[in-house]
Write a protein that binds this ligand. Structure first.
Ligand SMILES: NC(=O)c1ccc[n+]([C@@H]2O[C@H](COP(=O)([O-])OP(=O)(O)OC[C@H]3O[C@@H](n4cnc5c(N)ncnc54)[C@H](OP(=O)(O)O)[C@@H]3O)[C@@H](O)[C@H]2O)c1
Length: 266
C-alpha cells in the first residue's frame, strides 16, 4: 500500500485567530501577510495607521479574510487592554499571539540616559509582558501559542546597544519561563532570534542611508551565511513555531540569523 503523503502541518494555521503586533512594518508586516496566505484570521496592531492599513490590504489580497485593525501605542496600558478586548469581541477567541513590536536605541552604559532606557524597556519588555498577561486566558481556552520576536542581541553580547541587548535577554527568559508556566495548559511559547534583517528598525534608531548601507555590507562578515536576512525568512520561522508543525516545541529561542549566534571572533 502506498504511503499517504503527510500533510504540511503549517497548514493547521488555517482558520486560526492571530494577534500580530508590529504589523505596520518589517517582520510583523511580513508575518501578517504570510499568515493571511495560510488562512489565518488577523488582528493587527501598530501605531502608524496608514502603514497598518497597507499591511491589511496586502493581507486581504493574499488571503480570504478582512483583518481587524487594533492600532495604538502598546506602552499605553489602556491601549493594550483595548487591543485584547477588541480582538476577542470581534473573533470570540485567540489562538496565536505574535509579539513583534519593538524599537532599537543605540548607546552604551556611558551614553544611554534613563529616558532611552525606559523607552526601550517599556516597549520591548513591559508592553510584551502586559499584552501577554491579558492574552493568556484566551490562549489557555484555545490551547494556543505565543511567538516572541527577540534577537541575537539577547543571546550574544554587543557593545553600543546596551538597553536593547538587555531587553532581548529579558524576552528570551520571559519565553522560557512562560513556556514552563503554561505547558501544563498546552500553551506553547517560543521566540525567534533574528540576526540583522532588512527593515526600518536601524534607520529609526539613527543610522542614515550611508551608515545603513555600510552596516548591511558588514553583514557579509558578521553573519556566517554572508548576508543580512529578509523579513520573509523570519516570518516563515514564526509561522512554523505557530503551527502544529512545531507541536512538540516550547521554550525555544530559535536563531534566525544566518549562523551569527554560533560565531566567535578568532
Ligand atoms: N530588523 C532586525 O535586524 C531585527 C533583528 C532582531 C530582532 N528584531 C526585532 O524584530 C521586531 C520587529 O522589528 P522590525 O525589524 O520589523 O522593525 P520595524 O520595521 O521598525 O518595525 C517595528 C514595529 O514595531 C512597532 N512598534 C514600535 N513601538 C511600538 C509601540 N510603542 N506600540 C506599538 N507598536 C510599536 C512599529 O509600529 P509603527 O511603525 O506603526 O510605529 C512597527 O510596526 C522588533 O522587536 C525588533 O527588535 C529586528
Amino acid at each position: 500500500m502506498a504511503a499517504e503523503a503527510a500533510p504540511f502541518k503549517v497548514s493547521s494555521l488555517s482558520g486560526k485567530v492571530a494577534l500580530v503586533t508590529g504589523a505596520s512594518s518589517g517582520i510583523g508586516a511580513s508575518t501578517s501577510i504570510l499568515f493571511a496566505r495560510l488562512g489565518v484570521k488577523l488582528a493587527l496592531n501598530g501605531r502608524d495607521v496608514e502603514n497598518l492599513t497597507k499591511t491589511a490590504k496586502q493581507c486581504k489580497d493574499a488571503g480570504q479574510h478582512e483583518p481587524l485593525l487594533v492600532p495604538g501605542d502598546l506602552t499605553d496600558e489602556d491601549t493594550v487592554k483595548k487591543t485584547i478586548e477588541k480582538t476577542i469581541v470581534h473573533y470570540g477567541r485567540l489562538d496565536v499571539l505574535v509579539n513583534s513590536a519593538g524599537i532599537l536605541v543605540m548607546g552604551s552604559i556611558e551614553t544611554t540616559n534613563m529616558e532611552q532606557y525606559d523607552r526601550v524597556m517599556n516597549t520591548n519588555v513591559r508592553s510584551v509582558y502586559h499584552l501577554t498577561h491579558l492574552a493568556v486566558p484566551h490562549l489557555i481556552n484555545s490551547k494556543g501559542c505565543i511567538v516572541n520576536v527577540s534577537s541575537v542581541n539577547g543571546q550574544r553580547s554587543f557593545p553600543g546597544v546596551l538597553a536593547y541587548c538587555m531587553s532581548k535577554s529579558a524576552i528570551d527568559q520571559f519565553t522560557r519561563c512562560t513556556a514552563l508556566e503554561l505547558a501544563s495548559k498546552q500553551v506553547r511559547v517560543n521566540s525567534v532570534c533574528p540576526g540583522v534583517i532588512i527593515t526600518e528598525v536601524h534607520k529609526r534608531a539613527g543610522l542614515d542611508e550611508e551608515q545603513y548601507a555600510k552596516f548591511l555590507e558588514k553583514c557579509k562578515e558578521t553573519h556566517a551565511l554572508g548576508r543580512p536576512g529578509e523579513v520573509d525568512e523570519v516570518a516563515q520561522a514564526i509561522a512554523f513555531l505557530s503551527s502544529d508543525a512545531a507541536s512538540f516545541i516550547t521554550g525555544v529561542n530559535l536563531p534566525v540569523d544566518g549562523g551569527r549566534h554560533a560565531m566567535c571572533p578568532r
